[in-house]
Design a binder for this molecule. Structure first.
Ligand code: XUL
Ligand code: MN
Length: 344
């Protein structure tokens, strides 16, 4: 069964272990070396932030940016890899302190729109038509700082701008309810889907559902996936795990709640996720305690858990499930699933 799904992760998923309370604990690994690890770990796709592909892009001309992106595409091809998506990094520059598309400063909003166009050039250079939009600072620390009605228009205008700039791209909004902001403007799948219908081309705007973000919103990841699937808007996923309402932990897929992971795999497998070329994307972080030489286990392990769960999803006795649903014996259904997960 392995091989039916293609997996991806981003170069930021192999990282130095710094957190808000302490510096890095592992050496940086150069981008070219990271690329060599992909296939070894069983991955075919590379997720990018714009400046993962073109570092210091704000200091380069549009032509230089495209040239660099094309060089990276060659590197990918040399490793037998493909770019899955590009996401604009709209949260590190000083001009994004108060948000990007929803900043109160028009000059900062213009920076965000311009940066997004350069990001689209990078996507073109890398050869991907999928854009992920994690709206990091589009929200507020204090409710009165911005107008949430206006913010929706600003986000829609920014999306329309991107759709017009490149008529082939599709945009997957990655909702998250908080962090770094106290309140984000697109906290859930429902918000993202609703926003898509305000844009000029709703069919080109969908979602990237991240497990941890959904849990932070107090919702169930597999149900959010079902919602997006019903609208044909599940363009990609960021699988990981999350131990309750804390900071965004990006734990190994299934590490906290195996049954919740099982149900995500179940809905994806049931509705042929991947058959239209979608990658099984991961967004996982190695624990800070992990030593340098074993700091990619979270990636290989997440992939292995996913594939093991595919087997469990497919071997669950469907007739028994249906019979128990018919009898409305959900206690027994509960036990059937638990037994199955416990290998009985
Ligand atoms: C942030 C997050 C990002 C996006 C891409 O929580 O998940 O890495 O996935 O910008
Ligand atoms: Mn993510």
């Amino acid at each position: 069964m392995a091989g039916e799904y293609r997996f991806s992760f981003g170069p930021w998923n192999i990282h130095e272990g710094a957190d808000p309370f302490g510096p890095r604990v592992r050496d940086s690994i150069e981008f070219g070396k990271k690329l060599k690890m992909y296939k070894e770990l069983g991955f075919d796709g590379v997720q990018f932030h714009d400046d993962d592909a073109v570092p210091d892009m704000d200091k380069l001309s549009p032509e230089q940016i495209v040239k660099k992106a094309k060089e990276v595409r060659k590197m990918l091809e040399g490793e037998g890899l493909a770019a899955e998506f590009v996401a604009p990094r709209l949260w590190e520059d000083a001009r994004t302190i108060d948000g990007a598309y929803t900043s109160n400063d028009p000059a900062c909003r213009e920076y965000a729109r311009e940066r997004s166009r350069r990001m689209l050039d990078i996507a073109e250079g890398l050869g991907t038509k999928l854009i992920v939009l994690w709206l990091a600072r589009e929200g507020t620390y204090v409710r009165e700082a911005k107008d949430s009605r206006v913010a929706v228009d600003q986000i829609v205008e920014a999306i329309n701008d991107m759709l017009a700039y490149n008529s082939e791209i599709k945009i997957a909004i990655e909702p998250k309810p908080n962090e770094p902001m106290d309140q984000a403007y697109i906290p859930t799948t429902g918000h993202a889907v609703a926003i898509s219908f305000l844009t000029n081309e709703p069919e080109r705007v969908g979602v990237n559902i991240e497990t941890a973000h959904v849990i932070l919103a107090g919702l169930d990841p597999s149900d959010e996936m079902g919602f997006a699937l019903a609208y044909d808007k599940l363009f990609t996923v960021h699988l990981n795990d999350q131990n309750g309402l804390k900071f965004d932990e990006d734990r190994t897929f299934g590490a906290v709640d195996l049954r919740r992971a099982f149900n995500q795999v179940r809905i994806l497998d049931q509705y042929d996720y991947g058959k239209k070329g979608e990658f099984v994307g991961l967004d996982v972080k190695a624990m800070r305690t992990q030593k340098q030489e074993v700091a990619t286990k979270h990636l290989a392990n997440s992939r292995a858990v996913f594939l093991r769960l595919v087997e469990l999803v497919r071997s669950l006795d469907k007739a028994k499930v249906e019979g128990l649903i018919e009898q409305r014996d959900y206690e027994e259904l509960d036990m059937l699933v638990l037994d199955h997960l416990m290998g009985k």
